[in-house]
Design a binder for this molecule. Sequence first.
Ligand code: ATP
Length: 460
Amino acid sequence: MKKTPSPLYQPSRRKQNANPQLFATNNDTTRHNPKTNSALRSFKYAVKKCAAVFSLFLYGKRKSDSNVVGSDDRKNTSKIRGVVSSSTDLSSESNTKNSSKWKFSYSYASSSTASGQLGIGNFSFEEIYKSTAKFSPDNEIGQGGFGTVYKGKLKDGSLVAVKRAKKEVIHNHLFEFKNEIYTLSQIEHRNLVRLYGYLEHGDEKIIVVEYVGNGNLREHLDGIRGEGLEIGERLDIAIDVAHAITYLHMYTDNPIIHRDIKASNILITEKLKAKVADFGFARLSDDPTATHISTQVKGTAGYMDPEYLRTYQLTEKSDVYSFGVLLVEMMTGRHPIEPKRPIDERVTIRWAMKMLKQGDSVFAMDPRLRRNPASIKAVKQVLKLALQCVAPTKQSRPPMKNCAEVLWEIRKIFRDEAYSGHLPLPSHHSANFPQREKNKFGIEDNDSYKFTSVPNHFRS
Ligand SMILES: Nc1ncnc2c1ncn2[C@@H]1O[C@H](COP(=O)(O)OP(=O)(O)OP(=O)(O)O)[C@@H](O)[C@H]1O
């Protein structure tokens, strides 16, 4: 039996080193704060602003220093260049019971050489170059919007993922690149991909992150990875993702909106745990009382909140919308947009929600999933939750924390029912799992799971 984690994993709350201005432009961070601002908050905000200006000053100074070092000091040319490492640490009495003073500290990498770490990891270009066998195509594990991802093996044998920015796009994506680095460097959660280091070397901009070795969720849903995810495993993954997003929204002092929740950004471990990756589009809000951030529209087609597209106002509920799309994707197996389908099926959430409302949610169920009363019920309940997540307005969508709790309950009911029916819990790792046969649709099945009424449109 799988171990049951607590309903909401609550990682230790990290101190904030927030300095989003370092990576923000003036015109895309107009914040609105309808709530009352106490003098205390204004003061705190002002101190933060000063810290940001101070850090920008130091950053600029440091950059010019590193350029000089990079060109003059031959000894250091093999080292990492271009530091993006500055932070503020601000806490107040309102946050800590016993503290009676504002605590403010500023720190940045103190190396006088041209090294460029964020305080996490300490990689040289040579080390990374060697770890990927000179960026060998054999070690390539993925291609993203602004670069290639390689698998690297460090000297001590540990594995890392190396994200190497494409030279031709780095100029356009520099903001996202640094934003991703900055955001990742602050957060720590078992369902979020960890940042190990960042380096610049000449034109090269490289981030080194935790290697997650079992592909991404979309590959699993497409059946090109693993042995196919059963409903219990999909629920586990959905809960992991919900915990990760809840953490971003709630467990940091400044909410972080991911902005690009999608199946290819959910990486899967060997034990089928999910880790949310790719914070390139994430935007930090440095004012926890702000209700939204006005910003440029970014994200991936099919997952994007229509209200955000209309108003350009980004809130945590935009992630909730994308999460709803992801839930539908996980239950149906379909991509959010399937252009080759009949017209009424092209937008998967619309089609799935229509099926749900008609009482036909079983027909929307991924044909790869085994049918039994418990799994059919779980799919229906997840689709109901998804329906709330993709509500047209943000007020009607549940907070991420609630989504995690609802999913937790759905999983509990599923497990109870699966057991009470004496059905073995589906697990690809269980040695005791009964032999499955392929049914006439090429889907592995077992008598006890057999679904007799397969709709016509699954027969093709
Ligand atoms: N930390 C990692 N460990 C293992 N594989 C990874 C890791 N990060 C990314 N990958 C693989 O590389 C692929 C590309 O990742 P990347 O984040 O660069 O782009 P993307 O999110 O797929 O696309 P885009 O950046 O355009 O939104 C991922 O889909 C995944 O399969």
